[in-house]
Ligand binder design. Structure first.
Ligand SMILES: Nc1ncnc2c1ncn2[C@@H]1O[C@H](COP(=O)(O)OP(=O)(O)O)[C@@H](O)[C@H]1O
Ligand SMILES: [Mg+2]
Length: 263
């Protein structure tokens, strides 16, 4: 490749559209993600953040537009060709639960057992190394039922990075965690960026997390990116849609909708 700069684009969405029946979720959305950066996607519940994330690895296919990874179009690839693409991603998805019947070590080693030629001994070593990275070395022989919710997320993260991905996708990584455990996850996202040199996309509605981990924050609203900037931009923006979301304040329309529900 050669001549890489901070501006290198790793993933690009061009005019991406996705609808479910009559519900338009993504509407000719354009977004280019830079290598080495952590891009945070914010937006209200049900606005299409998870749908957007799934398009990055072709878990969903667009109705219009294209997805490029390192300049190669991927949205139209077959499942077999996608195996090699997806292997370069680590995914920490909302429903990416651990296998309860497997130990922590087996869970972390699972992608390696499936997708690599490592020996069982090597897989144990790699699992130990990844668990150490997320601060859980020593829990190898526990089962998911024997560890806390925050620890489960960290095990899932260790599993997500087992194959040394170039890109890590996080879907609401701090949801359901208390502020201290959320901050542990935020610190890990920063650590993985610096130690493994990964590019990341973090979907969240947790602004504390967005401000802490984001190099760039994009806000999704009605199928499009309506704001795009640094955390500082969001702290000072006077766009009412941004303020309303970032400050978590209901406006007159929200209150009217509440009346509708109550009446
Ligand atoms: N597989 C699907 N089939 C039908 N509707 C879906 C599907 N996935 C998501 N949706 C709908 O698309 C919208 C966006 O969903 P989602 O991306 O999950 O929102 P969020 O921003 O909360 O992550 C929601 O209205 C959701 O119900
Ligand atoms: Mg979601």
């Amino acid at each position: 490749m050669g001549g890489q700069t901070d501006n290198d684009i790793i993933i690009e969405l061009r005019q991406l559209s996705k609808r479910f029946g009559s519900l338009v979720v993504l509407d000719k959305l354009d977004l280019a993600l830079q290598k080495g950066m952590t891009t945070v996607v914010i937006g209200e519940s049900g606005t299409g953040k998870s749908v957007l994330l799934k398009h990055l690895v072709a878990l969903l296919r667009p109705d219009g537009g294209e997805v490029y990874f390192h300049g190669r179009r991927i949205d139209n690839l077959g499942e077999r060709e996608l195996v090699d693409v997806r292997r370069r991603f680590g995914m920490l998805f909302q429903l990416g639960a651990l296998f309860d019947s497997m130990t922590v070590e087996e869970n972390v080693g699972f992608p390696l057992t499936e997708h690599s030629d490592y020996t069982p001994e090597e897989i144990k070593d790699i699992a130990a190394q990844k668990l150490k990275l997320v601060g859980l070395d020593g829990l190898q022989h526990r089962h998911p039922g024997e560890i806390s919710g925050g620890q489960k997320k960290r095990v899932a993260l260790a599993r997500a990075i087992a194959l040394n991905p170039e890109v890590v996708l996080y879907d609401e990584p701090t949801t359901g965690l208390d502020p201290v455990r959320s901050d542990v996850i935020n610190e890990l996202i920063l650590k993985l960026k610096h130690e493994l040199d990964v590019s990341s996309v973090v979907v969240t509605h947790d602004m504390t997390s967005a401000f802490k981990v984001g190099d760039r924050i994009v806000m999704l609203h009605h199928g499009k990116i309506i704001a795009d900037g640094t955390p500082e931009f969001y702290k000072t923006s006077d766009d009412p849609r941004v303020r309303r979301f970032v400050d978590g304040k209901a406006d007159a329309r929200d209150l009217a909708a509440l009346d509708d529900v109550e009446n």
